[in-house]
Design a protein around this ligand. Structure first.
Ligand code: MN
Length: 242
């Protein structure tokens, strides 16, 4: 389904409840045509061109990954929450950290699709044209402290991504004790679901690499390091570390 329209939202909540929301109240009797402000989750455009990460990640893969796969998580998340207007008004970050409160009959669908939406939002922002190299500053220092040096970190992270059985992600994440660690998550789970604070994630679902790399996940992982946007990752790390 499309994000719920303002009109559908009004039908669900009734005019009285609408006054409690952040939206300005325009009684229908006034006959004023209001813009259809959508409520629910939306897919932002990819923050760069589909071919920006060539030759490491090909344009066709990026297009399908964003326009079809990520779009499907957003669509299915809205669909799963279509009878839960209060959840449609929350941020995806709030949803993935509050799964226990989601009604049980839709919890798995919400977990999978909110996770998929959150993970891909982070993933696109983690890469850039002309990326790669190494982190600098605080993040570099803390990676060295946690994993000996950058090469050891890179090799453990790559190994974690390679060994993920089936579909999932590899993460550099701050655990609840405040320590940097490398963790895999299955499916579309995120470390946020376990009170972690993800810093960098690598998508190892086949849809992320199969067109160009087929079964050669190791080649995809090696190539992906050349896309990492370390300045953005450092900013994310500093914000997450607090
Ligand atoms: Mn993906």
């Amino acid at each position: 389904m499309e994000p719920i329209s303002r009109r559908e939202m009004l039908k669900k909540l009734g005019w009285g409840a609408m006054a409690l929301t952040a939206f300005p109240l325009v009684p229908p009797a006034f006959g004023i045509k209001v813009a259809e402000e959508s409520i629910g989750f939306t897919l932002p455009p990819l923050p760069y061109a589909f071919d920006a990460l060539e030759p490491h990640i090909d344009a066709r893969t990026m297009e399908i990954h964003h326009d079809k796969h990520h779009a499907a998580y957003v669509k299915n998340l809205n669909e799963a929450l279509k009878d839960q207007p209060e959840w449609l008004g929350r941020s995806v970050w709030d949803v993935v950290t509050s799964l226990k409160e989601v009604p049980e009959k839709i919890r798995t669908a919400v977990r999978n699709n909110a996770g998929g939406h959150a993970n891909h939002l982070m993933f696109w922002e983690s890469m850039k044209k002309g990326g790669g190299g190494k982190p600098k500053g605080e993040l570099a220092k803390d990676i060295d402290a946690a994993f000996k040096d950058f090469d050891s970190f890179k090799s453990t992270f790559s190994e974690t991504a390679l060994k993920m059985f089936g579909s999932g992600w590899a993460w550099l994440s701050i655990n609840p004790a405040g320590k940097l660690e490398i963790v895999p998550t299955p499916n579309q789970d995120t470390p946020l679901m376990d009170a972690g604070r993800p810093v960098l994630g690598l998508d190892v679902w086949e849809h992320a690499y199969y067109l160009k790399y087929q079964n050669r996940r190791d080649d995809y992982i090696s190539a992906w390091w050349n896309t990492v946007h370390w300045d953005a990752i450092e900013q994310r790390y500093l914000a997450a570390r607090g």
